[in-house]
Design a protein around this ligand. Structure first.
Ligand SMILES: [Cu+2]
Length: 159
């Protein structure tokens, strides 16, 4: 004769709290003339090592941009321009390196410790404003013909 189960279980509470995270931070889009800041992570996970690299591997920025690489991995890495214009040296985990790009051009870089790690920064339209080197006419003489005398010493005894 106990019947105090009348209303039964409390039922499901539908928590609405986190379901409606509004995107409220897009309000202002004022274009300030301040230098831009761009971040790139150096990642060495997951394995295998072939997946190591820079995230993002290619980044287009406007002239007048500071780019900061952060070693988010567990190994030491470098950020070394192929044209030698910048070189971070070895960055230990959690260390970073920044470089200011103010000239249009395409700047390819690698990790000298792991040469398969490659990235590039494309500044502006990616074309260097510097005068392009005049192509050297290819008037070098052809290699000398091979006369076949390679000096092989065939001492192939008598018979
Ligand atoms: Cu590396």
């Amino acid at each position: 004769m106990r019947r105090w189960r009348g209303l039964g279980r409390p039922g499901r509470l539908r928590a609405l709290g986190l379901a409606s995270v509004a995107v409220l931070l897009l309000g202002s889009h004022s274009a300030l003339a301040a230098p831009s800041l761009v971040s790139i992570n150096i990642v060495d996970t997951p394995r295998p090592q072939e997946k190591w690299g820079y995230a993002p591997g290619a980044r287009t920025v406007a002239p007048g941009t500071w780019v900061t690489w952060s070693n988010a991995g567990t190994d030491a890495h470098t950020v070394t321009a192929e044209d030698g214009s910048f070189d971070s040296g070895e960055l230990d985990p959690s260390q970073g390196f920044s470089w200011y790009f103010d000239q249009p051009g395409t700047y390819a870089y690698v990790c000298t410790l792991h040469p398969w790690m490659q990235g590039k920064i494309i500044v502006g339209n990616g074309v260097s404003a510097a005068p392009t080197p005049t192509p050297v006419p290819d008037d070098s003489p052809p290699p000398p013909p091979d006369d076949g005398s390679d000096g092989t010493d065939a001492t192939n005894g008598s018979d």
